[in-house]
Design a protein around this ligand. Sequence first.
Ligand code: NBP
Length: 477
Amino acid sequence: TSAQIGVTGLAVMGRNLARNFARNGYTVAVHNRTPARTRALVEEFGNEGDFIAAETAKEFVAALERPRRLVIMVKAGEPTDAVIQEFAPLLEPGDMIIDGGNAHFADTRRRERELREQGIHFVGMGVSGGEEGALNGPSIMPGGPKESYDSLGPMLEKVSAKAADGAPCVTHVGPDGAGHFVKMVHNGIEYADMQLIGEAYQLLRDVAGYEPAQIAEIFRTWNTGRLDSYLIEITAEVLSHVDAATGRPFVDVVVDQAEQKGTGRWTVQIALDLGVPVSGIAEAVFARSLSGHAALRDASRGLAGPKASPLSESEAAAFADRVEQALYASKIVSYTQGFHEIDAARAEYDWDIDLGEVASIWRGGCIIRAAFLDRIRAAYDARADLPSLLADETFVQEIAEAQDDWREVLIAATRQGVPTPGFAAALAYYDALRAERLPAALTQGQRDFFGAHTYRRTDREGSFHTLWGGDRSEVSA
Ligand code: NBP
């Protein structure tokens, strides 16, 4: 017998993905650089389905039916190149290498180009949902050549998560690096979602005066409404957890320095290259990095802040409702920014990405899964050429209803000195977009003054320069 799919790289993600394929009835060839992991998988989980354990690369490739489907689940970066170099010479035209790691999409584009010359289909595949998702159904974002999806797609649809309406959370996202790009933006949006939730928590704690257990209850209530999502759900779990050793709220005994692996940072770096304002995601990345600057924070503890003015019980309850509005409005903005980035990449790299489909495959399996994504899909379904999520009537309406509370929350945050970079960046973005005039006109004037960079006029075509150092007359540039 031969295997329909192979997985090399059997740490948590690869092992669980291999088990997922096997549990769904596929024969799975398994391989790992260190063979002990391969043996351990088969010993522990061999009864879950049909595995073919391969010790060597040759054995692994020989175990696969043609065209071969070989999934790489190793540490992203050099290890991925090393594995490709090991396997590519053993493959034949038409075979597929599927990289399920968190690769940078530029690496994926390069690998796809190099392997295309050999006739190998390279599929850069974003996988979200962590180890639990890999085992029970992740959200899967494959890129690569469209024809690869004909034979790979049905298998992925089987092992992927299913949305509430039963739709599989996988689609052919687009050519070459499109899948990894979309996975990257997914992670950027995840950073923003987490930051916004963090700010909501801090406001409920420091402005409204609630204890973690009470805040957990508030999040549980929110989770029954339009904020219904995995991240809100686990936030309530984390906030209600009590540390066994001290009896204190768990959140109070954890060091408040957030770590990051890099996909959020990439989202911002690429956005800078593409010229897309993803201020909410950027603030989320910066907030994590600020949290980690322990020495800087220690040295700053004496800085002056406002006097606290606690809220009454009824004021606190009303404030909590406002925070829900602010959180929801800010969330709309961060998704607007994230989808703008995907849209910009679509134009830059000539990728045929269906934004509504992207929202659709994030509805299950992944970290940002949320009822909210149904709304985004509906927005793109209603209008495929929607220029921005903030042009969708439903979102326009919802933000209109939220904006007074959103502003009130930021006023309270500012007055009490609670940092809310995510909420504030989102509101600033919203206000900048709707502004009749921006100070960019002044910026252009300054640029023309010191650097003769020229400007355009509102009333005439063309480029102009003012002779600032002379008689200040205007010349055509
Ligand atoms: P790791 O990212 O920890 O990678 C460990 C695996 O890479 C092991 O199988 C290891 O083999 C293999 N490997 C390394 Br390291 N260097 C190698 C090399 N030069 N040649 C061959 N194999 C090599 O595993 P993971 O956490 O399961 O993640 C796998 C991929 O999935 C990563 O790209 C990750 O970013 C991505 N991802 C992870 C998550 C998550 O929640 N963890 C979620 C979504 C995506 P060895 O056993 O011989 O050392």
